[in-house]
Design a protein around this ligand. Structure first.
Ligand code: ADP
Length: 171
């Protein structure tokens, strides 16, 4: 029987515990899940493509049934090049649904062999978004439990400003 491969595409800037949960659940349904990190284009990312791939690889630590790759250009073309016909996406809320339904229909129009499969986000992760997480870190808050410790460390390195000697107020 042919291997069932699902492509899980996204920006993952950075990967969150919600993303990780989805991959884990995906591997229980598909023989292989390929995490497809979108290459930086016009969108401005905090982490470069290479950094986002590295983060994923460290988080997955060679877990069976998962692979991390990058993609650029039309997603449907990338999916076909991987001998897959499934795009895996997560749904957190109605806002996600409205955007996703448009994407799924467009991709199906571009290539009718390809289906988008949605998984509902597990409750505790449904409020997590990479954007919000970056904002929390920037404002000095803790994102413990929202992202793996490795991701939190990398976020702090980039977003938390250490007071420089020059800016210190004179006593
Ligand atoms: P994109 O830029 O493609 O929206 P994201 O990195 O934000 O990429 O998300 C990639 C995928 O992960 C999307 O299907 C999104 O719905 C899903 N996702 C985002 N946040 C969560 C979460 N907290 N739990 C589960 N899935 C999520």
């Amino acid at each position: 029987m042919a291997k069932r491969v699902a492509i899980y595409p996204g920006s993952f800037d950075p990967p969150t515990n919600g993303h990780l949960n989805l991959v884990k659940r995906g591997t229980q349904i598909f023989d292989q899940v390929i995490v497809a990190v979108a290459e930086s284009t016009s969108k401005r990312y905090l982490f470069t493509t290479e950094e986002r791939v590295k983060l994923w690889k460290q988080l997955l630590k060679g877990a069976p049934g998962v692979k991390v790759e990058t993609f650029s250009g039309l997603l449907v073309n990338y999916v076909e090049s991987k001998n897959s016909n499934v795009i895996l996406r997560g749904l957190r809320n109605v806002t996600d649904f409205e955007y996703e339904i448009q994407m799924a229909s467009t991709n199906h129009t571009l290539n009718s062999r390809i289906e988008t499969v949605f998984m509902m986000t597990e409750g505790i992760y449904s409020h997590l978004s990479s954007t919000l997480i970056k904002e929390i870190v920037m404002l000095g808050g803790s994102v413990k439990g929202m992202v793996p410790p490795l991701v939190e460390r990398e976020l702090k390195k980039r977003l938390v400003r250490k007071p420089s000697a020059r800016n210190k107020t004179k006593q």
